[in-house]
Write a protein that binds this ligand. Structure first.
Ligand code: APR
Length: 320
């Protein structure tokens, strides 16, 4: 059986890391697409040349021609600009919206059957726009944010409790921005919910609140340190986890920006929710019970995303 084909639209920091991870995990043949001439070709060749030492097989192609993504099983989109210190994800909206238009048209023309994972920020608005521009089925277009935000939360919790990250599960919902909703009640160490761990004296409520805030600011913390761009190792690893769930029909329950129609009182809206990812893309949106405070945070987050979607409509008439 032929290897799956993975198209990476955008061959920058995240795109290159995605390609390397896909190679090392032998997920399939990789096509790196970018408008910049030489970058995708150079990264593809460099990764291919690491194969003999790393012991993986696969073909790696860099290109500036959308025709080369033809028949891709998965497209992961990182095309656009990242933020610099002092910028919010929302500041990227105008530039990246135009990028989503060309990417959406490219995918629609050459890889209409792909499972599409958007990583470009501001995430929730960009994945919505990408779906609109591409016209692909809603279950086949999603955004990567919750896996990354949850991973950051899990890392901070594992450090605080001095336990393996493997035993920490965490839930982060809502938009990928300052209003994201880390759900402590649904986050656990091997099944023990965080509020119980506070009662058990493993941490204090103040420390937990500080970790929640650090999770919300997780992207900005990296931008502040790097100064020249934004995070790429953890975002790429999170995107690959979602791609693998689709390619291997793993039926993983992963939080991601999905089209929510009916659940959570939403009618046809992209926002971060728990989903099942398998061979049919986003196979299910899982509706969990939220208490009053959690619901209020989620509603605030949804409103923030709605504002961004309206801003997109204001910029591009075809989205109305
Ligand atoms: N089509 C294809 N590629 C494009 C286009 C386009 N229209 N416009 C820009 N690009 C490419 C750039 O040439 C660059 O190689 O997208 C790549 C982006 O790479 P980086 O600048 O290194 O950004 P990266 O860190 O990978 O982040 C990409 O993901 O997390 C988000 O906020 C982040 O929006 C940003 C995106």
């Amino acid at each position: 059986m032929a290897r799956p084909k993975i198209a990476l639209i955008g061959a920058g920091q995240i795109g290159g890391t995605l390609a390397h991870l896909a190679a090392v995990k032998e997920l399939g043949d990789v096509v790196l697409f970018d408008i910049s001439d030489g970058i995708p070709q150079g990264k593809a060749l460099d990764i291919a040349e690491s194969g003999p030492a790393a012991k993986f097989d696969g073909s790696f192609k860099g290109t500036n021609d959308y025709a080369d993504i033809a028949g891709a099983d998965v497209c992961i989109v990182t095309a656009g600009v990242p933020r610099k210190p002092g910028m919010s994800r929302d500041d990227l909206l105008g530039i990246n919206l135009k990028v989503m238009k060309s990417v959406g048209e490219g995918i629609a023309a050459h890889a209409p059957n792909a499972f599409v994972i958007c990583i470009t920020n501001p995430l929730d608005a960009m994945v919505w726009a990408l779906r609109e521009f591409s016209g692909l089925p809603h279950n086949m277009v999603c955004g990567m944010a919750g896996v990354l935000d949850s991973a950051r939360f899990r890392h901070f919790l594992a450090e605080e409790f001095d336990v393996s990250m493997r035993d920490v599960t965490a839930f982060v919902l809502g938009g990928h921005g300052d209003t994201m909703v880390p759900l402590t009640r649904y986050s656990t160490v091997a099944g023990i919910p965080l509020p119980d761990l506070v009662e058990m004296g493993w941490t204090t409520q103040d420390k937990l609140d500080a970790i929640v805030q650090r999770t919300r600011d997780g992207g900005a913390e990296i931008v502040g340190l790097l100064k020249t761009g934004s995070a790429f190792y953890a975002p790429a690893t999170s995107g690959i986890e979602m791609a693998e769930a689709y390619l291997k029909d793993q039926k993983r329950l992963l939080p991601c920006a999905a089209h929510v129609d009916g659940a959570y009182g939403l009618d046809g809206f992209y926002v971060g929710v728990p989903t099942i990812i398998g061979a049919n893309g986003i196979e299910r949106v899982v509706e969990i019970k939220m208490n009053k405070d959690e619901q209020a945070m989620f509603d605030k987050s949804v409103d923030a995303v709605k504002g961004l979607v309206e801003a997109c409509k204001g910029i591009d008439d075809s989205l109305n």
